[in-house]
Design a protein around this ligand. Structure first.
Ligand code: SF4
Ligand code: SF4
Length: 153
């Protein structure tokens, strides 16, 4: 049996009068990315790890800028991968052009983190090790323990 090999339309082969988006899975309508400050401290790394714990959140670094990436389909993306509000789509969608879009982008960034566990490992690799906490083996004396006092006025 001979099966047809389906190849992806290349930008340069697009027939005149056709729109590249007709051949795309709407890559640019399925996520958004926000630039964030580069984390320097443990708390800042932990905040990013917390974002990522929510799922469908990634992080990439390009040209030394850190971006939080949220994978979420636009609510106006139609089942045929076309825009359901084309005439009133937001400015950012209007300004995006197939001339330099990610249609055939290989998605390679300077750094890319897919999971919070990767961020955790990276944090430990980048930051100095935490000093181990010391616990006394001697029980505290009663006079050293103060409890909050509730006043009943
Ligand atoms: S602009 Fe580019 S990435 Fe977005 S849907 Fe069209 S071809 Fe795909
Ligand atoms: S408004 Fe239209 S072009 Fe913009 S992200 Fe949504 S589906 Fe895509």
């Amino acid at each position: 049996m001979i099966s047809a090999v389906v190849t992806k339309m290349r930008k340069e082969d697009l027939p005149a009068g056709e729109v590249l988006c007709q051949y795309c899975s709407a890559k640019c309508c399925r996520y958004f990315a926000l630039p964030i400050d580069k984390p320097e401290s443990r708390d800042e790394f932990e905040n990013i790890r917390w974002f990522m714990l929510h799922g469908r959140v990634g992080l990439f670094v390009d040209d030394n800028v850190w971006y939080l990436m949220v994978f979420a389909d636009c609510r106006h993306l139609r089942p045929d991968n076309m825009c359901g509000i084309y005439e009133t789509r937001p400015t950012i969608c209007r300004s995006y052009s197939t001339d330099n879009c990610e249609y055939d982008d290989d998605g390679i960034y300077d750094q890319y983190f897919e999971t919070p566990e990767q961020m955790w490992e990276f944090m430990h690799a980048m930051l100095p090790a935490e000093k181990p906490r010391k616990f006394s083996t001697v029980p505290a004396a009663a006079r050293d323990i103060s409890l909050p006092v509730v006043s009943h006025a």
